[in-house]
Design a protein. Structure first.
Length: 125
């Protein structure tokens, strides 16, 4: 059974944070996108159903909506896993996996505060 996870304001702002953090460049193919482009999205290694890592910067990467997101999310999950291990190290990847599989109560007000803090942190760089 397939169901779509509803995106809210925190999700939209988190996606913006990831794209800005990655300087509007696809982390899979390296393609540079124009700032504000709708052709670049945020890919979650552990899907958004994993509430504990839904807004975790280590769990998300900027990728072309097509075809890179499709490739990493469905066809080449192993390629995405290897990318995450390369960037986080095996220990960091295992810790991310543990966080993804740990229960976390849904709190969108706190999530939005966290995401706004992350966006603000980019201004200081």
């Amino acid at each position: 059974m397939f169901f779509k996870i509803k995106r809210d304001k925190a999700d939209i702002q988190f996606s913006l944070y990831i794209r800005k953090r990655d300087k509007w460049r696809c982390q899979r193919c390296g393609r540079q996108h124009e700032e504000g482009s709708k052709t670049l999205g945020a890919s979650h290694y552990w899907g958004r159903a994993h509430e504990n890592t839904r807004f975790d910067p280590e769990n998300a990467d900027a990728v072309c909506n097509m075809p890179c997101h499709q490739i990493w999310e469905n066809d080449e999950k192993e390629e995405y896993r290897n990318f995450k291990i390369k960037h986080l190290g095996m220990n960091g990847f295992k810790i991310l996996q543990m966080r993804a599989n740990t229960f976390c109560r849904r709190d969108r007000k706190f999530a939005l505060i966290k995401v706004k803090f992350l966006l603000e942190s980019l201004k200081n760089k």
